[in-house]
Design a binder for this molecule. Sequence first.
Ligand code: UD1
Length: 417
Amino acid sequence: MARLEIEGPCKLRGEVSIHGAKNSALPLLAACLLCNGECILHNCPGLSDVDICIRILEHLGCKVKRSGSDVAVDATALTHSDIPDYLMREMRSSIVFLGAILTRAGQARLSLPGGCELGPRPIDLHLAALRKLGVKIKESHGCMQCTTGSGLVGSDISLSFPSVGATENIMLTAVCAKGITVIHNAAREPEICDLAHFLNRCGAHITGAGEGTIIIDGVQSLHGCEHTVIADRIAAATFMAAAAVTGSHIALRNIIPRHLASVLPIFEEAGCSCYLNGNDLEIIGPERLRPMKLVRTMPYPGFPTDAQAPVMTMAALADGNSMFVETIFENRYKHVCELVRLGAKIKLEGRVAIIEGVPELYGTNVGAAELRGAAALVVAGLAANGKTCVYGLKYLDRGYEHIEESLSQLGAVIIRK
Ligand code: UD1
C-alpha cells in the first residue's frame, strides 16, 4: 500500500515555496462555470481535489487545459447539469458547484456530497440559503434535483454559522440573480475574498467580502478573466510546524503574512522565532518546544481548524501540557490515536484535547483518516526517532502538492513507496 517512509529525526534547512490554496482553487474552478469566455487561473495547485474539480468541469462540458500551475477553463458550451455520484463522493466541496450550475443551466442534479469524515458535515445552510434565492430543491434517495423555476432572485440571508462553503455557494448563486443579496454572518476567510476578487474581475458587483456582511448586486452576465490563486495558509502552517518540531531554520516563500495572523502567535508561544519580510517568513524552531496554553479553533480570523492537527504534533513534543479545543468540526481528532502510537500522550474529552508533551516520539506505522491529520503524522515522522511509515496518502494528496519532494529539498529523509 502507498506510504511515505520518513527516517527521523530530520533537520530541515533551506526554503520552500508555498503553493496556491486548495480552498481557494476549488470555488474558483466552480466560478469559472459562470463566465462567458475563457478564465485562466494561475498558481493553481497540483492536488487530487483540483483534479476532481477539473473532471467535474469536463463532465459538464467545459474545455479545460492545464499547463503547470495554470488552468484554463472555457465554459461556453455546457452539455450537462449534473455531477455524477462517483465524483460527488470523492469530495465534499463538490457541493460548491451547485450554485454555479444552477446559475448557468437553471437546473442541477447532484447526489449528497462525500469528503473527509469530520463529523456529520451537513449542507442544510447551503440548501436553506439557495431556497431563499428561488431555488426549488427536491431531495430523495440521497439525490438533489434543483431548479431555478422562474429565475434566481436576490434575498436577505442570515447564516446561523459563518459556513465557508455556504457563503461561497450563495455568492455563486446570487452573482447573476435579479436584484440584491445580502449575506449576514458571512464567512470571512481569505478564500471568500479571493472568490469575490475573481468574480468582480469577471464583472460581478460584490462588496464586503472579508467582513461579516457581503452585498451582491446581481449582474446579467460575467466574462472571463485571469486570476492568481492566493497562497495556501494551511500548507504554510504545516511547513512551519515541520520546522518547529525538528528545531530547524527554514524560509517560506510566497506567503500572505496577514492570513497567518492568528497562527504566528501560537508558534511564538511555543518558542519559535518568526521573521516576516514581505511575502517571506523565516522560522527557527527551538531546541525544545514550549507548551501552548490554549489553542481554540475558530472561524477566521480565529485559529484555523485546518492547522489544528499539525500544530498538535508540536504540542505533543512540548515541555509541558497544552490544551486544544476544536469548535468547528465535532470529529476532528482522528490523528490523536495515531500520534499516541508514535509515543504522544494525549487525552480526549469531546472537543477538548489535553496534550502532555513528551521529549521524544518513536517511529512506527501510522494511518491517516483525513487530510490535515495526515499532515500531522508526516510532521510527527520528521521529528520521531527511527522510521515512520505514513499510510492513507490519498488524504494527504488532496491538500499538499508533492509534499515529500518539498521536504526532501529541505533535507528530510522521506520517500514515497
Ligand atoms: C471549509 C474548508 C475546510 C475548513 C472549513 C472550516 C474548503 C474546500 N474547505 O469547509 O478545509 O476546515 O471550511 O474552516 O474550503 N455546517 C453545517 N451546515 C452547513 C454547512 C456547514 O452545519 O450547511 C457546519 C459543518 O458541519 C461544520 C461547520 O459548519 O461543523 C463549518 O463548516 P464550513 O465552514 O461550511 O466548512 P466547509 O465549507 O465544509
